[in-house]
Design a protein around this ligand. Structure first.
Ligand SMILES: [Zn+2]
Ligand SMILES: [Zn+2]
Length: 189
């Protein structure tokens, strides 16, 4: 199972994605407005209709060699996805559900030193349709694989192996910042 190094754009945060294969996680391109807004919020760049590429895995597959203290967390609302960013250079890094008990981590694939291990994008989420709705290209894989991996992690206790939460309190390793209404008003949500 290949181990792939990752780093934030400035290099302060470095780590490894373990067991990165096309079948042990989901390589997804997400077109949802929250992902688009998160990138715009953190980088000032609007991905517009390009979407955002993530590799969905479980948090125990991610380890840090340095710069873990530079993890910052924000969320557009308390019950929504936690979005981890780099406090050093601002870049978006990971998405996480608000509880460590549901072991799901999305890695922004631009951080990976080499994307070949995870294979090409296997599914697209929230793809805009001509009638204004959106759809997923592989619903079973998108949700089925993710739910299954999270369930196995829960049963085996692997969910506790996460660098993103303090397991004793169930809280993220950094305070959750909620963007102000003024900040939100500038984003396409
Ligand atoms: Zn999304
Ligand atoms: Zn950085």
């Amino acid at each position: 199972m290949p181990d792939v190094p990752f780093s934030c754009p400035c290099g302060e945060i470095k780590g490894t994605l373990h067991g990165a294969t096309p079948t042990s996680g989901n390589h997804v391109r997400c077109y949802c407005s929250a992902c688009r807004a998160a990138v715009l919020y953190t980088t000032g760049v609007d991905v517009e209709d390009r979407g955002v590429e993530l590799y969905q895995t479980t948090p125990d597959k991610i380890s840090f060699e340095q710069g873990q203290e530079n993890l910052a967390v924000f969320s557009f609302s308390p019950k929504k996805l936690l979005r981890y960013r780099a406090s050093c250079c601002g870049a978006p890094l990971f998405t996480m559900l608000p509880t460590p008990k549901f072991a799901l981590a999305g890695v922004m694939t631009d951080l990976l030193a080499d994307k070949t291990a995870i294979g090409p994008v296997a599914m697209e989420a929230f793809v805009p349709q001509p009638d204004g709705s959106s759809k997923h290209t592989s619903v079973v894989r998108l949700y089925g694989g993710t739910m299954w991996r999270a369930l196995v992690a829960r049963i085996t206790g692997r969910w506790k192996q996460t660098p993103f939460f303090d397991i004793a309190t169930g809280k993220p390793v950094a305070e959750i910042y909620v963007p102000t209404p003024e900040e939100r008003a500038r984003l396409p949500l």
